[in-house]
Design a protein around this ligand. Structure first.
Ligand SMILES: O=C(O)[C@H]1O[C@H](OP(=O)(O)OP(=O)(O)OC[C@H]2O[C@@H](n3ccc(=O)[nH]c3=O)[C@H](O)[C@@H]2O)[C@H](O)[C@@H](O)[C@H]1O
Length: 437
């Protein structure tokens, strides 16, 4: 500001328009006036250089970033690692941003993508909804070993996302970052809005603003089917009666995705996951904390419906879900863009919603029996009427669309999948096997 002062003082010296001069705008007059009378003075010329430099600097700073790497500040120290991680092994490989990369599905999917030769960059905020130590272990034991670099950051951070999309031209985004869990919405409802709505919109904004908008594959949920009684649940069925806030935010996500697809030509595939389980799973899920409680000889509550009705889930093994995700990426068509910013719109973009389930529901009672068998420990069971806090009595996926679109064919039954989970659990938590039958 002090540098500008001498120049500003000269404004007082502008003569009034007496009519002898051709009327000119004051600013233009000022420039002409200054150039005519003072450019010969070296001191004034210096002030002019400073003034013009400031104007030029302000002009460039106010421009949206179109040149990659121009404004990278948050990521600049990691840019080499990020680019390395993003580089596919072959020119035909995809370049995928995986959000929620240290999450359960995110970690497995990132590793699978990287192993087959795609370029992968992870993004995760390591939120403390459940044990951050487990998330860190997924990073060190799975992602680091596979060569997947994970940026620690939030999907709600639009500056970070812009930098990331400036740094790497992603062909796909596998958006898995979310506030998960059906029952936790009773405790922290706003976390669902923040992650599943605000965060999702932020990711879509970043994608649509990318120089070449990537295709999006993201995680919706079986919970959108609510209390539907027609089985199996088909993508054609109504899903406008969610019974949990979690389900409501996932359903809202599907509607938001449709709007972005329609307006901005983003290619979007929403995958409705059905109770995904397996090694490195989520400790907030029943199969996981039942295992812990059974081993600790703690009582577990098994939910049942009215008149002792059975509660069942279409439990889906992680490897099957990962195959479905990869196939969704492979079959995703390119985004067509919105025709703005001088870009040509290339027609309607692809929009899909696909169930990823196992299509063979198992009762929670059976789940517990299998865990007892695998852990060789008798559970202390208490039958409890299912609380009205967002749970649904059963889920059952119709997977014919997944079969057709993705060649999806789940191959792991619950007992086989739980055996792998239990093996991992005992190993990870270093549990000494003790039988209490
Ligand atoms: O498909 C989904 O989209 C969702 O799947 C998962 O939700 P759910 O299918 O509800 O799994 P989960 O909580 O493990 O309960 C399993 C069963 O145990 C029963 N259950 C639960 C707790 C308990 O104490 N007792 C009990 O019987 C309970 O009634 C249920 O029948 C994800 O958590 C969710 O984030 C989302 O991804």
């Amino acid at each position: 500001m002090t540098a500008l002062k001498p120049i500003l003082n000269h404004i007082d010296t502008i003569p009034p328009n007496t009519g002898k001069f051709k009327p000119v705008k004051p600013s233009v007059y000022f420039i002409h006036h200054r150039l005519r009378f003072h450019t010969s003075s070296p001191k004034c010329a210096l002030w002019w250089i400073i003034f013009l430099s400031l104007i030029i600097m302000l002009f460039f700073l106010s421009q949206p970033s179109t040149t990659p790497h121009l404004h990278t500040t948050m990521l600049s120290s990691k840019s080499t690692l990020i680019r390395l991680s993003a580089t596919p092994r072959s020119t035909r490989g995809h370049i995928v941003l995986v959000t929620g990369a240290v999450g359960f599905v995110g970690a497995h999917a990132s590793v699978a993508l990287k192993r087959r030769g795609d370029g992968v960059v992870g993004l995760d905020n390591y939120n403390p909804y459940y044990d951050v130590g487990l998330k860190t272990s997924r990073k060190t034991q799975l992602l680091d070993r596979a060569g997947v670099f994970v940026v620690k950051g939030d999907i709600n951070d639009d500056v970070l996302l812009r930098e990331l999309f400036d740094l790497v031209q992603f062909t796909h985004v596998l958006h898995l970052a979310a506030q998960a869990g059906v029952r936790y919405a009773m405790i922290d409802p706003s976390s669902y809005i923040k992650s599943n709505i605000d965060g999702f919109v932020n990711v879509l904004e970043a994608a649509k603003n990318a120089v070449v908008p990537p295709a999006i594959v993201w995680a919706s949920s079986s919970s959108v089917y609510g209390l539907n009684s027609k089985v199996p649940f088909s993508e054609q069925d109504r899903t406008d009666h969610p019974v949990s806030l979690y389900a409501a935010t996932k359903k809202a996500g599907e509607a938001i995705a449709h709007a972005y697809n329609h307006i901005h030509g983003l290619s979007i595939t929403g995958l409705r996951f059905f109770t995904v389980y397996g090694p490195w799973g989520r400790p907030d899920m029943a199969y996981f904390f039942f295992t812990k409680d059974i081993l600790n000889r703690k009582q577990i509550s098994i939910f049942e419906g009215e008149n002792h009705g059975t509660i069942a889930r279409d439990f889906t093994y992680i490897d099957d879900v990962v195959k479905g995700c990869l196939s969704a990426i492979d079959t995703a068509k390119k985004s067509t863009g919105n025709g703005r910013n001088g870009r040509k719109k290339k027609g309607e973009a692809q929009f899909r919603i696909i169930n990823l389930g196992n299509t063979s529901p198992v009762s929670v009672h059976k789940l517990v029996m299998l865990l007892e068998k695998l852990l060789k420990v008798k559970a202390k069971k208490k039958m409890v009427l299912m609380p009205r806090n967002g749970d649904v009595p059963f889920t059952h996926a119709d997977i014919s669309l997944a079969r057709m679109e993705l060649g999806y064919k789940p191959s792991v039954d619950l007992e086989t999948g739980l055996r792998k989970f239990v093996k991992w659990y005992l190993d990870y938590y270093d549990v000494k096997k003790k039988s209490s039958w």
